[in-house]
Design a protein around this ligand. Structure first.
Ligand SMILES: Nc1ncnc2c1ncn2[C@@H]1O[C@H](COP(=O)(O)OP(=O)(O)OP(=O)(O)O)[C@@H](O)[C@H]1O
Ligand SMILES: [Mg+2]
Length: 503
């Protein structure tokens, strides 16, 4: 049987930014009714290739064909007209508008120029039902979790007759159930003949949902493969361009003994956010927080950091009771919080890598006492090197970095303040496997130097590998504290999260 014709074909795509060759001679083809993975390390060029396809970037060379016809895509409207819908890596919706408005914005049903709100709400409800979401469409989007916001972005993208649907890391903030829901929708669309381009750093998900994949490395095409014909090991080796054994693995490490208590929360809680809990973090101790998305992990982090302060109980830092009323107080006590939401709570895209890294340290010193330039450059260079931030250019605006590299800049910002207690909320989300191993090693070595770490991650294996003990959360309550040892398996942690084995 002859191969069906690709719905989309990109050939010889090249794109250069000042000083960075993001893409050279890249080919990509998508067939109707397939889920196609676009894979590569942070900075490999995935998002750039997608932005060429959606008209955000003009390619320097190469052609794009839709159903055999060459097209010039110069902007989002043209892309949509050509049947290409996209959900970008950094969700860009309006938090103040309602869910319904976010879904229908720009193409609201109107009569004589007047927006028909009742229809807007009904239409939004229908589209959400298509992905199995039952939400109050009049609620402001900003009041929803990041995961729900992500799903809303996808629903918005679906609201046209798309031939090609592009999802750039759609699952990085979704929990298992939500991923399943998304996959169900993807399978349905695939059956309808839509070609889906799927970007993800989760190999499990790629192998579960994708038929074929295209691998990029350093802006170049490595190859196109059928998922069924390429083993995971081979895939990883193609991604990193090295044999796997060259990649340093974090082996089961002996956890060094911990020091005196650093943070002691007794009956601390916050109405509506998290039920009163006890928590002790010792010097040199890594405490993992495990639980489903929305179980209260981030709420505990925000409470300890004073961002949403406790309204009951007490918290002591270094043996002294302190009212952690605001981040300012927390920072002055040596607490740092690297948040999961790098856009909203973190990085300033227009500022350089240097300025973004230096921000928290400078704020803590006070703006009247600028860091001496030599010291500043040395610190920035050290962290760019340690975390492997690419490109290694302190003058680059952070908005130009790839998603994973932005995450590293945020981490550098907090490490540079040399906190006593570091709160990491999903620090490895959206980060490729090489950089992930680096960050994990860094956490271990920081704790060996006496730093206390509160480590939040949706990946249980990762929490298990790094932590001395794990606090398990369910329904905004700490339900168990598990000591990490030989007999604690990921399965046990999972059971505790779920509230018992079976069913
Ligand atoms: N607007 C821009 N200006 C300058 N350089 C850019 C710009 N956008 C991307 N780059 C650079 O192009 C390269 C490819 O970045 P891209 O965002 O495509 O990577 P990615 O594969 O999506 O990575 P990640 O997995 O981290 O999201 C990187 O070196 C990045 O710094
Ligand atoms: Mg990207």
């Amino acid at each position: 049987m002859a191969e069906p014709r690709p719905v989309l074909e990109m050939t010889g795509i090249g794109k250069e930014f000042p000083g960075v060759r993001a893409l050279s001679d890249v080919d990509l083809r998508l067939f109707p009714g397939e889920v196609h993975a676009l894979i590569g390390e942070n900075g490999a060029g995935k998002s750039t290739l997608i932005k060429v396809l959606t008209g955000v970037h003009r390619p320097d060379s190469g052609t794009v064909r839709i159903e055999g016809q060459p097209v010039r895509i110069t902007g989002t409207p043209q892309a949509r007209q050509a049947g290409i819908s996209t959900v970008y890596q950094e969700v860009n919706l309006c938090p103040n508008l309602s869910i319904a408005e976010n879904i229908c914005i720009g193409r609201e049903p109107r009569r004589r120029g007047v927006i028909r709100w009742k229809q807007v709400r009904r239409r939004a409800g229908e589209l959400l039902a298509r992905v199995g979401l039952d939400l109050d469409v009049t609620a402001p989007l900003g009041s929803c979790s990041l995961a729900v916001q992500q799903l809303v972005a996808i629903v918005r993208a679906l609201d046209v007759s798309a031939k090609v649907l592009i999802l750039d890391e759609p699952t990085s903030s979704l929990d298992r159930g939500e991923v399943e829901r998304l996959f169900t929708v993807m399978r349905r669309l695939k059956d309808e003949g839509v070609a889906i381009l799927f970007v993800s750093h989760f190999l499990d998900q790629i192998y579960e949902i994708c038929d074929r994949m295209t691998v990029l490395r350093n802006g170049r095409l490595v190859g196109e493969y059928l998922t069924a014909e390429l083993s995971r090991i081979d895939l990883v080796q193609r991604m990193i361009g090295k044999e796997l054994h060259e990649l340093e693995e974090l082996h089961d490490h002996d956890r060094p003994p911990v020091g005196p208590p650093l943070l002691e929360a007794r009956g601390a809680g916050r109405g509506g956010a998290v039920a009163p809990f006890d928590l002790t973090v010792h010097e040199g101790e890594v405490v993992g927080l495990a639980g489903l998305l929305g179980s209260g992990r981030t709420e505990i982090a925000r409470l300890v950091f004073g961002a949403d302060p406790a309204d009951s109980g007490s918290i002591a830092v270094g043996g002294q009771t302190v009212p952690l009323r605001s981040p300012r107080v927390a920072i002055s006590r040596g607490i740092a919080f690297c948040s999961e939401n790098r856009r909203a709570e973190g990085l300033v895209p227009e500022l350089t890598v240097r300025d973004n890294i230096i921000l928290a340290l400078q704020a803590a010193r006070g703006w009247a006492r600028p860091l001496p330039a030599a010291r500043r450059e040395e610190l920035v260079a050290t962290y760019i090197r340690t975390l492997g931030i690419r490109p290694a250019d302190p003058d680059m605006p952070v908005g130009n970095l790839s998603g994973g590299n932005q995450q590293k800049v945020l981490l550098a910002r907090w490490l540079i303040t040399e906190p006593r207690l570091l709160i990491l909320d999903e620090p490895t989300r959206g980060i490729d496997i090489g950089a992930k191993a680096e960050i994990q090693k860094l956490v271990v070595s920081l704790s060996e130097q006496g730093m206390g770490v509160l480590f939040i991650s949706a990946e249980i294996e990762e929490v298990l590998r790094l932590s001395h003990k794990i606090e398990v959360l369910r329904d905004r309550q700490v339900v168990a504290e598990l000591a990490v040892g030989k007999d604690l398996t990921a399965g046990r942690v999972m059971e505790t999260i779920a509230g018992g084995a079976g069913r």
